[in-house]
Design a protein around this ligand. Structure first.
Ligand code: ADP
Ligand code: MG
Ligand code: MG
Length: 886
């Protein structure tokens, strides 16, 4: 294997092998941009090194060969005393991991070559010693784990002794002294002298970069960002160019467009007389890039030309790092730049306008997660609220409320009508009631896979976690940050998108993008660039997608909203929601019925109520399919809790009162108690054991449809039977339903489909048989996931999912994104066998996965006809379905 690539041998498509930095350095080199010569050691070499703990055979020789070539190109030898070549040793993985791994500059300097470097620079001792002290500092810290702040302290002391706080005021002698101090620090912590052999420096630095892949913070970052753990990093060895040679030199960073708004212009920072790491470290204040035009017009013009070349070449926003050495511009890094969600849409639209990309490509430049971000309400920051801290945005949204520090108080205050934010160091299952009661959750520890983050995302609740500057004192009911204290009851505002936490109530703005989807903001009338871009890209997604998108909705109001958001029907109308509220009593009567008459009377009272609900929904979804699921959950969910009832009855008995009805209820609740209700009497099983229940529902649906048709509408009902595991179950329900349909729709004016959910694994495995009796399948992926894995969602998300995520058993909760290998396999089987048995079988999905971006791509791949999701997610599913299709 070839382990080392000269820049001339690589290109931008080799990022897995050369890392992003290496691949793009090669690309810039190949398109003729000024990149200092160098070479890249592959990620494969890193993996081999990490697996075996030593350099793979042949690597050392290859490095030597490439170093020779570099030395010839530069006309200098690494660290040679009279005229040294210096290099940087830079990490660079396939995925950008900002600040996570290591870079060492000025490798090759030692007690002898420092003088040679000074001579190269025309007798510039200050520059040479500044470079040397930087090497010892970076090498010590990143290669030998010397605590960085010891170097910082020594630097501060030197500045103090000089009576300055600007490192530029330190002269050559000061820096020479500092180097002595640094060497002592180095020796104290490593038990050896700072290595003087340039080749040894290089070798140790390369190993340190390899090993930085497994540094704690890198491991943690990858887990948070769901980057695979086994990729390894590449190592770039690059000839040094010097921005610290004087005021005609400097270093900077720039974007080809504004990464926040997408606006074109000059965006960046510049720092004269400095080396690259100074910009990031914030040692001195940078100046806006525009200043460079005044300082060094020729370099500035060069830079502008190069940025235009890069945009044209990458056809996208790029960010860059550059250094100017005595008026000569060098490119040190570029990549397609990260950007905000809004900028992603705007830039994609702009690039289409500029003729750089087409609309298909524009679809690839945005994604559903970004669209989701744009749909959350945002904080209005125009009043510049007081930012307390920044953590990890773990679950998006803008939440405002009183800080509380325990679940009990959260519940109590929320019950009194207060909005609260639950603040904890970290959360555990005991905090669940408080999390439910809170508007938002804030923790000082843990990342995107912590308990707080996982549970909050599952609940769709705003969450910021890992705000580690917060000192949370749960007992004292307060937290402190930067000397400020927030007591229980103080209002804070938490932004789950950016991770920022503010003191006080920050006003919340509705999202323009939602207003557009709702139809209250006309994209042709506004000059909001974001809305225009979203409109354009959504229209293209709609034109391209093959999947239809429906909504899950149980009411006329939700259905109307879903339709405005672009839903092409309803994929799941849950009838049980229609059994709650003041209708609960009717359901109780049904359950308590001792005789057929009592039962029929209860059903007769429910019938018109259900029918009216369906009329509403059919009206809002006129002309579009509406899938109505017959009653699904265990009946006891409609009854009072066993404990409460038992207490009621006991109290009544004590008082010598007649508990009458409650007593009957109690007996019924006892009778219906189940150890595993999710696997008990529910779904189709209910329909088969309670005479008349499904019949009443079917009648209500069909009568509503007939009524709508009579009023001139076009209802398209689809009756869906839940929890079927065997075709015989479906056949039984179907036979009864067909009799009712024939009876009610005597004139044939309404077409009614009958189908089933596929949510029991056995149904997927016998789908060929089931398709004989079903006109459609709808995958209930929530239950299918629960039953395929054998765990109940309500119990596991809080109890141990965080641990599973930590251990990498899954990278993401299978309830958030479809488990392709397991649950997905069941779906594929059902699609194939169902369609084989019945070619015109309609296939859809109605679990929450229907609105999850990755899952939508999977459903597209397996060839479903539609996905159905909550109304708010409909635009996200539309966009992702479009992206899947181009
Ligand atoms: P990161 O990935 O953290 O940005 P880099 O490897 O890009 O780390 O290097 C850190 C800084 O050092 C950057 O500002 C970069 O421009 C600068 N740098 C890296 N290599 C060289 C070099 N050969 N000459 C001059 N500056 C360099
Ligand atoms: Mg960099
Ligand atoms: Mg289900």
């Amino acid at each position: 294997t070839k382990f080392v690539y000269a820049f001339s041998e690589g290109n931008k498509d080799l990022r897995e092998l050369l890392g992003g930095k290496g691949a793009n350095l090669a690309e810039m080199n190949n398109i003729g941009l000024p990149v200092p010569p160098g070479f890249t050691i592959t990620t494969e070499a890193c993996r081999a090194y990490l697996d075996s703990g030593s350099q793979p055979a042949g690597l050392a020789e290859e490095i030597a060969t490439h170093l020779d070539a570099l030395e010839s190109a530069m006309g200098r030898k690494l660290g040679e005393p009279g005229d040294p070549l210096l290099v940087s040793v830079r990490s660079g993985a396939a995925f950008s991991m900002p600040g996570m791994m290591e870079t060492v500059l000025n490798v090759g300097l030692n007690d002898a070559s420092v003088d040679g470097l000074s001579r190269q620079a025309g007798g510039n001792d200050r520059f040479a010693w500044d470079s040397y002290r930087r090497l010892i500092q970076m090498f010590g810290k990143t290669v030998c784990e010397v605590p960085g702040d010891e170097f910082e302290h020594a630097l501060d002391a030197a500045k103090q002794a000089k009576g300055t706080d600007n490192d530029l005021d330190l002269d050559a002698d000061d820096l020479r002294g500092l180097v002595d101090g640094y060497k002592k620090i180095f020796a104290k912590h490593t038990g050896r002298e700072f290595p003087q052999d340039p080749k040894e420096q290089l070798d140790l630095a390369i190993r340190a970069v390899f090993e930085s892949w497994n540094a704690d913070r890198a491991v943690l970052y990858r887990r948070q960002e769901r980057i695979p753990a086994d990729l390894g990093t590449a190592v770039n060895v690059v000839a040094m160019v010097f921005g610290n040679l004087g005021s005609d030199s400097g270093t900077g960073v720039a974007f080809t467009r504004d990464p926040a708004s997408g606006a074109q212009g000059v965006y960046g920072d510049y720092l004269a007389n400095a080396q690259g790491e100074d910009v990031v470290a914030g040692i001195r204040n940078t100046v806006p890039l525009q200043e460079l035009e005044r300082l060094d017009k020729a370099s500035y013009d060069d830079l502008m030309r190069i940025m235009a070349t890069l945009e044209e070449h990458y056809k996208d926003l790029c960010d860059i790092e550059f250094t100017i050495e005595r008026g000569k511009l060098w490119m040190l890094q570029t990549r397609v730049g990260k950007r905000t969600a809004a900028a992603a849409f705007i830039i994609a639209g702009q690039l289409v306008d500029e003729g750089v990309i087409d609309l298909d490509e524009a679809l690839h430049r945005v994604n559903g997660a970004q669209l989701a971000q744009l749909m959350f309400p945002r904080f209005d920051l125009s009043a510049e609220p007081d930012q307390l801290a920044k953590g990890i945005g773990a679950s998006p949204g803008a939440a405002v409320g009183k800080a509380v520090f325990d679940a009990q108080t959260a519940k109590e205050l929320a019950a009194d009508g207060d909005d609260v934010i639950l603040v904890r160091r970290e959360t555990n299952p005991d905090d669940l009631p408080g999390m439910i009661a809170a508007q938002g959750i804030l923790t000082s520890r843990g990342g995107k896979t912590s308990h707080a983050a996982v549970v909050a995302r599952g609940m769709g609740k705003t969450c910021v976690c890992g705000a580690d500057s917060l000192d949370v004192d749960v007992r004292g009911r307060r937290f402190t940050v930067d000397g400020q204290t927030v007591e229980q009851g103080d209002v804070i505002s938490v932004d789950g998108t950016t991770g920022k936490i503010y003191l006080g109530e920050v006003p919340v703005q509705p999202s323009e993008v939602v207003r557009y989807f709702e139809g209250t903001l006309d994209p042709d009338q506004t000059d909001d660039a974001l809305v225009k871009a979203v409109h354009r890209i959504m229209s293209h997604a709609d034109a391209k997608r093959r999947l239809a998108v429906r909504a899950n909705s149980d009411t006329g109001t939700d259905s109307a909203r879903a339709r405005r958001f672009g839903a092409q029907g309803i994929g799941l109308c849950r009838t049980e929601h229609m059994f709650l509220g003041d209708r609960r009593e009717l359901v109780e009567r049904l359950i308590l019925a001792q005789t057929a008459q009592e039962r029929e009377a209860a059903l007769a009272d429910l019938l018109p109520l259900q029918r009216a609900d369906f009329v509403d929904i059919f009206r809002e979804m006129d002309g579009l399919p509406v899938t109505i699921r017959l009653i699904d959950p265990p009946l006891h969910e409609f009854l009072p809790s066993l404990e409460e009832l038992a207490v009621h009855v006991a109290v009544a008995h004590e008082r010598g009162e007649d508990a009458g009805r409650d007593e009957k209820l109690l007996a019924a609740v006892r009778r219906m108690h189940e150890e595993n209700p999710m696997l008990g009497l529910r779904g189709v099983r209910l329909g088969l054991v309670i005479p008349g229940l499904f019949a009443m529902q079917v009648r209500a649906i069909v009568e509503a449809a007939v009524q709508r048709a009579r009023d001139g509408g076009t209802p398209r009902p689809e009756i869906m039977v839940p929890l079927v595991g065997a075709v015989q179950e479906l056949e039984t329900v179907r036979a009864e339903a067909e009799r009712i349909i024939a009876d009610v729709v005597a004139d044939g004016g309404v077409e009614v489909l009958i189908g089933t959910m596929i949510e029991v694994p056995r149904a997927a495995l016998t789908s060929g048989q089931i398709a004989e009796a079903a006109q459609f399948f709808s995958f209930g992926t929530n239950d299918l996931t629960q039953m395929a894995w054998g765990f109940s969602r309500d119990d596991v998300e809080g109890a141990f999912f965080w641990r599973y995520l930590e251990l990498g058993i899954f990278g993401i909760s299978p309830f958030e994104s479809i488990d392709r290998d397991g649950v997905g396999r069941l779906i594929r089987i059902a699609v194939d066998e169902g369609r084989a048995a019945r070619p015109d079988l309609k296939l859809g999905v109605c679990g929450e996965h229907g609105g999850d971006p990755d899952s939508v791509h999977f459903f597209h791949e397996v060839g479903l006809d539609y996905v159905s999701c909550s109304p708010f997610r409909v635009p996200i599913a539309r966009l992702e379905a479009g992206r899947a299709a181009v």
